[in-house]
Each structure stands twice: as structure tokens, then as C-alpha cells.
Design a protein around this ligand. Structure first.
Ligand code: GAR
Length: 208
């Protein structure tokens, strides 16, 4: 049974989707803990209500990224993680933290990477006139939002879309894509060759 630690900063709907999928699909894994950098993250209430261990490492108590990441690492490692899943965790991580979890640290990002790294992805996709948008699950490397891509989901950009409507359409796909990709990692079904990730049994890594 593998231990998954999920890191959140807010609402935690992707974390909820992971918790539900893990339980209903009977993964060979458990959600060992949900850790947040914000004490008021709404997702913490969901986790507590499900009897999942929670921890808070408040970034505001730290003068440097290195100091915050060192405490975060101690907190996460206390739950002996096999996999660490960033789910709306809105902190830039230091290279040392990323290296410590190399190969077992993944993230969901609300764009079709490598387009629109960073913030305000939906606004930038709309302003760029994109006809498609989507989401990416990827391994985390020190290069922000540029790690090897595990899976992507595509949605249309519709006439009249606002940031909110596009974000909602993308989020609904994240809730399918992220648990699926995370389970592949748990089940050791991914092979990484440079930036290219392949599913060893040929499962489709694109959701359209
Ligand atoms: C998700 O859309 C996720 O892709 C995004 O934040 C949202 C979190 O929602 N993550 C990033 O922007 C990371 N760069 P949630 O808290 O409801 O899962």
C-alpha cells in the first residue's frame, strides 16, 4: 500500500477527486495526508471530515523559500510519502525540495503545457485567441511548469467564454485526468525518457 501526500493551497477540488477515486476504485494506495501552506484552505475541512491527517506549514512564518521548503519537507516526510501530488499548491518550490522528491512529485496545471506556464492561464488563453485549452499533469522539475508531461486533456474555447466559464470547463477535466495519471504513477505504469513519458501499457495519455 503506497502513501500519497496531497499538497493544497485552497479549495482542494482536485484533492477531493483524488480522494474519491482512490476510495471508489480501490487503489493500492492511501491518502496519507493533506498538507497546506494556508491554514484557511477550504480543502482541509474536507480532508478532516474524511478522517485524513492534515498539516499546515504557513509560508508567512518563513523569511525565505529555503526555510519554508525545509519545514514543508519535514512535514511531508513525516507521512512517508511514495508520491507527492500538488493539487492547486500555489508555491514555487526550491530546486532542493524538487530534487528530494524526484520521480514522485507531480502537479496539475490548468493549461496545455508548454503553453501558458505560471499564472492567469485562462485569461492568457482567451487573450491569445486560442481555440483549444486544457490541462496538464506532469512530473515536477526545478524548471517551473516544464516537467515531463504524463497526460493532457483538451477542451474547446467557446465563443463568449469568460475566464470563469473556461476555468470551470478545464477544472471538470482535471477531476478526471489527475486521478487517472496519479494512479498510473502509483501502479508504476510510467516510463520517463527525457521529457517524454510513456504509459507502459499504451493507455491514452490524451483526453479529448
Ligand atoms: C486547478 O485548476 C489547478 O490546475 C490550478 O489551481 C486550481 C486548483 O483548484 N493549479 C495551478 O494553477 C498551479 N500552477 P482546486 O484547489 O480546486 O484543486
Amino acid at each position: 500500500m503506497k502513501n500519497i501526500v496531497v499538497l493544497i493551497s485552497g479549495r482542494g477540488s482536485n484533492m477531493e477527486a483524488i480522494v474519491q477515486a482512490c476510495a471508489t476504485e480501490g487503489w493500492n494506495a492511501r491518502i496519507a495526508a493533506v498538507v497546506s501552506n494556508r491554514p484557511d484552505a477550504a480543502g482541509l475541512d474536507f480532508a478532516r471530515a474524511r478522517g485524513i491527517a492534515t498539516a499546515v506549514v504557513d509560508h508567512r512564518g518563513h523569511a525565505s523559500r529555503e526555510s519554508f521548503d525545509a519545514e514543508l519537507q519535514r512535514s511531508v516526510d513525516a507521512f512517508a510519502p511514495d508520491v507527492v501530488a500538488l493539487a492547486g499548491f500555489m508555491r514555487i518550490l526550491t530546486p532542493g525540495f524538487v530534487a528530494h522528491y524526484a520521480g514522485r512529485l507531480i502537479n496539475v496545471h490548468p493549461s496545455l503545457l508548454p503553453a501558458f506556464t505560471g499564472l492567469h492561464t485562462h485569461r492568457r488563453a482567451l487573450e491569445s485567441g486560442c481555440k483549444a485549452a486544457g490541462t496538464t499533469v506532469h512530473f515536477v522539475t526545478a524548471d517551473l511548469d516544464h516537467g515531463p508531461i504524463i497526460a493532457q486533456a483538451v477542451v474547446p474555447v467557446l465563443p463568449g467564454d469568460s475566464e470563469e466559464t473556461l476555468a470551470a470547463r478545464v477544472l471538470a477535466r482535471e477531476h478526471v485526468l489527475y486521478p487517472r495519471a496519479l494512479r498510473w504513477l502509483v501502479d508504476d505504469l510510467l516510463r520517463v525518457d527525457g521529457l517524454v513519458v510513456r504509459h507502459t501499457r499504451g493507455e491514452p495519455q490524451l483526453l479529448v
